[in-house]
Design a protein around this ligand. Sequence first.
Ligand code: NAD
Length: 352
Amino acid sequence: MTEKVLKTVCAGVGFVGGAAHVPSFRKVPNSQLYGLLARKGRESEAYALKLKEKLAKKENRDLKIYYDWGDVCNDPEVDAVCVATPTPFHYPMGKQALEGGKHVYLEMPIAPKLKDAEELGKLAEKKGVVLMPILNFRTCPGYVKAKELLDSGAIGKPIAITFREFIAAEDLADQWPLSGWAWDIEKAGGYPDYTLSVWSLDMLQWFFNSPIENVEWTANYMPIEGINDFKGYQTVGIMKFANGVVGTTMVGSTVAKGLDLSRFEIFGNNGKTILVDWIPSKNREVFDVTLFGKNGDDQNWQVEGPGPMIWGHKQMIAHFVQACLGNEKPGYDYKAAIAAQKWSNKIVTDLM
Ligand SMILES: NC(=O)c1ccc[n+]([C@@H]2O[C@H](COP(=O)([O-])OP(=O)(O)OC[C@H]3O[C@@H](n4cnc5c(N)ncnc54)[C@H](O)[C@@H]3O)[C@@H](O)[C@H]2O)c1
């Protein structure tokens, strides 16, 4: 008996789509990267033509290139789509794909307006297809290891957390310049601090299996010397979860190269602490997880994630494929995305 295979078309082959989603849909079990969406004369076309040639040579197979999203959504050969275009295109492209009966793997934030995200979720339910928002911090090896420790009682009951995600301004300025969609509140829902907060807010609620009760935000935005078409930001949230845990979160892009990192600390009532570090200047394919004990009896794990596994992308795509084929129950849906986005939205409304 031949195994079932999910045929997927990817749209958006930039920072995250090109580096994480396309390679993962090529490699995970029961998945066929069936095609790519390209725009004539743009980078996406060059990317698609190059990959088509590579697959023909290396795997002796075709990759279909589409120039019109409607053609993708109406093609009966296509089972699923991955939408990793800029945020303002998520809602219209997601809607068209769902209407065409496709499973949708959709980048975050789902849509700048929560009512549009809700509408997509309801449409997916009506059509009986999977709509999976890409909440990949849940499958990120460092956070998965920390959750294992938490759930095993290693720190007793959690009391408090700190979370921070610092990106060097010079890196983010290339990806999301001030003149682009990522700084347009109408198009993106907020500034980059808003966009980048959605994954950690979702991860924290999943981590504690407890919703956030409240977050209060404050921020400072400022041009950075020597970096054009960009503003640095440091945005700080103080939060409380329904289970009583309190914490702070900080998303920033004012740090110098070398201090760009993600750091997550969880303090327990047995006097122990879990520290999860991702420090790209040391090793971008490793999370450093430490359980600090009371008498220096620390334990450390170097949790590896090659390529798109380090931020959980390949693992999540493997789950999406199995969920679409009916082999796994989808671990979460649009409601989880909305539960995170509603607190990210407060960055915008708190500061207005
Ligand atoms: N899950 C994650 O880890 C993660 C990380 C970064 C970004 N994101 C999200 O992914 C999305 C894309 O971000 P990015 O940084 O990769 O953006 P990007 O600008 O690097 O890439 C966008 C891609 O979409 C294509 N595109 C742009 N307009 C299009 C259109 N009208 N039709 C078809 N294709 C179009 C571009 O050619 C490019 O390939 C955003 O919503 C962002 O929030 C997710």
